[in-house]
Design a protein around this ligand. Structure first.
Ligand SMILES: [Mg+2]
Length: 272
């Protein structure tokens, strides 16, 4: 997780902001905050919300096809979904970061925010997963989170607050020590015919995408181009995830000028 120095910086920034003292990133209007545009899009764009409906509508088409073509003796059907930014939205966490002129991901604040249980259910997610339940298709939740000892209970609480089905020890897998989801995914696939997997990070589909090079990551995705929209349903996340890790080498890079320069270089890979 976040390095100790970064954690201290983040806590200092949070304290400064809480006391009304402008921190390093507190320039006029928060204009130095690199995620303001991505967050504004998540907060307001009908297109962002439509992408969720689109994803869950596609997933439902595949589910209906699988239900129709099921034969006696087949393995039962299942769906595997990620949690954060796939079915639950942490939008007010991002709003809090922007409001307080904090850049990048802030792990300490994130942990406090998860505990506050303020997630929004993303458009179409609940209808789709309830549709699975109503058609006897089991839903498995595979997520990576680490809020210490309380991690699992907090995930249960967040998902139950959202009203999701199948929130029990069999169906909710929370990984604290690794972000590699392949072990639980393979165990599920041994007993079920997995119709689709849903996620906002390519790591939600295969571990091979967990590389730190931007071009290599794109190349690996291209290898599987025929699986997207078929087995893999991707949800949009412009604020965080392993695409950030590919740029910085770290999913939670410290908010400093060096990283602002790296982000600018990423944004200008192609520039007229
Ligand atoms: Mg996610």
């Amino acid at each position: 997780m976040i390095r100790k120095t970064a954690l201290v910086c983040a806590l200092c920034a949070a304290l400064l902001s809480a006391t009304g003292i402008a921190g390093e990133t507190g320039s006029a209007g928060g204009s130095r905050n690199l995620l303001i545009s991505a967050t504004a899009w998540k907060q307001t764009a009908a297109e962002y919300q439509a992408l969720y409906y689109q994803a869950f509508n596609i997933a439902r088409l595949h589910l209906d096809n699988a239900l129709r073509s099921r034969k006696p003796g087949d393995k039962p059907l299942a769906v595997i979904t990620d949690v954060d930014d796939t079915i639950l939205s942490p939008i007010s966490y991002w709003g809090h970061l922007i409001e307080n002129d904090l850049d990048f991901f802030d792990d300490a604040l994130w942990d406090r925010w998860v505990e506050a249980d303020r997630f929004n259910v993303l458009p179409g997610a609940l209808d789709f997963l309830n549709y699975c339940r109503d058609n006897n298709v089991e839903v498995f939740y595979v997520t990576n989170r680490d809020q210490g000892e309380a991690t699992y209970d907090l995930a249960v609480q967040n998902l139950k607050t959202g009203g999701f089905p199948f929130i029990d020890e069999k169906h909710l897998i929370v990984q604290r020590e690794t972000s590699n989801k392949e072990t639980p995914q393979k165990a599920i696939a041994a007993d079920y015919n997995v119709v689709v997997m849903l996620g906002d990070s390519l790591n939600d589909f295969q571990r091979k995408y967990y590389v730190k090079d931007v071009d290599e990551r794109i190349r690996l995705m291209e290898e599987d181009r025929e699986r997207y929209g078929i087995e893999y349903i991707v949800l949009p996340n412009p604020t965080d995830g392993h695409w950030i890790r590919a740029i910085f080498g770290d999913s939670e890079p410290p908010a400093n000028d060096e990283n602002r320069a790296i982000f600018k270089a990423a944004a200008t890979r192609a520039a007229w």
